[in-house]
Design a protein around this ligand. Structure first.
Ligand code: ATP
Ligand code: MG
Length: 346
């Protein structure tokens, strides 16, 4: 069976280090593994409009920003097809047919939808389009016959809902759709990176992000202002490592070679954590180390972004070509779907 990846992001803002460790890094690794026949990376503008209907300009602007972030991270347009969701109208038609296979109460039970409705104060008046976005996400995944979907942990309920739609469709209309698998990062700290304010999730809409495009000085300021253990007041006090955002970031980003380079008095993260728990290690020293680690990881990404920023025409070109290719694939799946549903009249 063909191995296919489908993944993507909403163009609601530039991408941040949460996206990077939760999903982007994994995508680049999979892209370079040579194990996949096709890779589709979707900029989900239609989905972004479901809760940004009044801000089309914001969505439009951020399509380019997200594309630049992809290229900056090492997504290679020779190996991966980057496309714009709304340029593939077949996805909308698929969503329309899938809506018949899902109940309102099933979508209401989806924990990610529940949390996002709350976060957006939509409780009293949910836009129908927003409510249906898990169904449209199932259309995105199945249109490309994706076998692997590398996304963050918050997307798990979406993939479950997609699998249910696949099974339902196949049992009603006959084997047609491909069953996808979620691919999560193996590093626990990367599953859901907290914000610099210590809130549960770094998120564009919460404004608690370190962006991939941030300049070195902004990164340093953000790191130095990060939340740590609120009870760790004096250097000699024992500190709490668990749940401490600075240590979660170190879990996500630091590698053994960073110690040799930036903090040679410690062999590894375990030694640093043990010292912090014992007492005698100040937050400033840990934050300075984290800053060095992040700067080392993000500098090449920022440089590559600048290179692509000087080639905007090429970026638009590859989005156009990618969208055309994506459309062909989706049209072929839609053809099979219509045939299975017996609505291929002529
Ligand atoms: P929005 O606030 O508009 O929903 P977002 O920051 O949640 O934006 P999305 O575009 O919804 O970003 O998510 C894109 C991908 O990044 C998804 O795979 C998601 O699981 C992952 N992701 C987002 N935030 C994090 C995070 N803090 N840690 C790990 N993965 C994340
Ligand atoms: Mg989100």
């Amino acid at each position: 069976m063909k191995q296919v990846i489908l993944t993507g992001d909403r163009p609601t803002g530039r991408l941040h280090v949460g996206h990077y460790v939760g999903s982007l890094k994994e995508r680049v690794k999979l892209q370079n593994s040579g194990k996949f026949d096709e890779i589709y990376i979707m900029i989900a503008d239609a989905q972004a409009l479901t809760d940004n209907a009044e801000h089309p300009e914001k969505v439009r602007q951020n399509i380019l920003q997200v594309a630049l972030d992809y290229l900056a991270c090492g997504i290679d347009p020779e190996k991966a097809t980057i496309f714009i969701q709304s340029m593939v109208p077949e996805l909308t038609e698929l969503s329309f047919y899938y809506m018949n296979l899902v109940t309102v109460s099933r979508v209401q039970r989806n924990p990610t939808v529940k949390a996002e409705i709350q976060q957006r104060n939509f409780e009293a008046s949910i836009p129908v389009g927003f409510f249906c976005y898990p169904i449209s996400q199932a259309a995105d995944i199945t249109a490309f016959r994706a076998t692997a979907v590398p996304v963050g942990e918050d997307q798990m309920p979406m993939i479950e809902q997609c699998k249910e739609i696949v099974h339902k469709f196949n049992s009603v209309y006959g084997e047609t759709l491909t069953d996808p698998k979620i691919v999560l990062p193996d590093n626990q700290a990367c599953l859901r990176l907290p914000g610099i304010d210590g809130k549960a999730k770094m998120s564009k809409s919460l404004g608690n992000c370190i962006y991939l495009s941030d300049e070195a000085d902004d990164i340093r300021k953000k790191v130095m202002s990060m939340f740590t253990d609120p009870n760790h007041l004096r250097v000699e006090d024992p500190g709490q490592v668990e749940g401490n955002p600075v240590f979660i970031y170190l879990d996500a980003f630091s590698r053994p070679e960073h110690f040799a380079e930036f903090l040679p008095e410690y062999q590894n993260l375990d030694e640093l954590k043990a010292h912090y728990s014992r007492g005698g290690l100040g937050d400033v020293k840990v934050k300075k180390f984290l800053n060095n680690v992040l700067q080392a990881e993000l500098a090449p990404i920022r440089e590559r972004r600048k290179m692509w920023e000087s080639r905007i025409e090429d970026v638009y070109d590859l989005l156009r070509v990618g969208s055309e290719k994506a459309r062909e694939t989706a049209a072929s799946t839609l053809h099979d779907v219509r045939h299975a549903m017996k609505i291929d009249y002529f």
